[in-house]
Design a protein around this ligand. Structure first.
Ligand code: F6P
Length: 253
């Protein structure tokens, strides 16, 4: 396995368009990711960025702060939000983004599904329309769940799915219980961009760190393309860059 470097996945035509960079540690992943986001902003200051929450992108957002990324012309969207959950709840993805990105980096605009919308169907339609009205997403940052979920699109989700309300799998609630302190406090549902919505982004940056993500990454690069492992949908996209640390890449090769 090539490390601290970059290489094409080199796995034949089914993964053409997918580029893999393996780096040593989580911090290296965050640095490499920040470079790609900064390059996107340099090329197009008014980029539309799709961002993710969870543990994976925290280092990326720290790097963007340290490097004084200029988001003053950029529009931000997010993958998902728990439902129902008030925006003021400390574990809402809105609060996560406020702390890590909105307040420190002051983007021109931001939008995130509203976890306290009264009419959830209407909120999902509003969100899809807002993304389209902004011109679509230029660069979508993704993490991946242990079970291969992207956004909150759990195994079994059709690749054509759009923004909608979903039920979370038990393993996803278990993984996110660390943020809530108790699994009983984790919301059972969420609003998430669909896989079809995600695949419309012009380019995708997937980050994976730690041994818990190794199987999902293996499936992405070597498994069958199947809704059973949502992240494999990325094999259908023409421009995906994966940055993984050595632990996440440990099943490859
Ligand atoms: O980065 P983590 O905390 O491992 O989470 C993995 C993925 O699961 C989610 O939390 C669910 O949306 C994503 O935001 C994230 O990319």
């Amino acid at each position: 396995m090539e490390t601290d470097g970059s290489k094409d996945a080199g796995l034949g035509s089914s993964v053409q368009g997918l580029h893999l960079t393996v780096v040593k540690h989580n911090e290296d992943m965050s640095q490499a990711a920040a470079e790609r986001v900064l390059a996107q902003l340099a090329q197009r200051p008014d980029s539309v960025l799709g961002l993710a929450t969870g543990g994976t992108p925290v280092g990326l957002y720290r790097q963007l702060q340290e490097r004084k990324a200029d988001l003053s012309k950029a529009a931000l969207f997010n993958l998902d939000e728990y439902y129902p959950l008030p925006r003021r709840h400390p574990q809402s993805f809105f609060q996560f983004m406020k702390g890590h990105v909105y307040d420190p980096l002051m983007p021109l605009s931001y939008d995130i599904p509203n976890g306290e919308a009264e009419d959830v169907e209407r909120e999902c339609t509003r969100y899809e329309t807002a993304i389209r009205s902004a011109g679509g997403i230029d660069l979508q940052v993704l993490g991946v769940g242990r079970n291969g979920h992207i956004g909150f699109n759990e195994p079994g989700t059709p690749f054509t799915s759009r923004t909608r309300i979903v039920a979370l799998k038990r393993e996803t609630m278990e993984d996110n219980a660390r943020f809530f302190g108790d699994i009983g406090l984790v919301p059972k549902r969420a609003i998430t961009m669909g896989i079809g919505t995600i695949l419309e982004a012009r380019s995708i940056l997937l980050l994976a760190s730690g041994a818990a993500k190794a199987e999902a990454l293996y499936q992405l690069l070597k498994g069958d393309v199947s809704p059973d492992v949502p992240v494999t949908a990325l094999r259908l996209h023409p421009s995906v860059h994966v940055i993984a640390d050595e632990q996440a890449a440990s099943l490859l090769e």
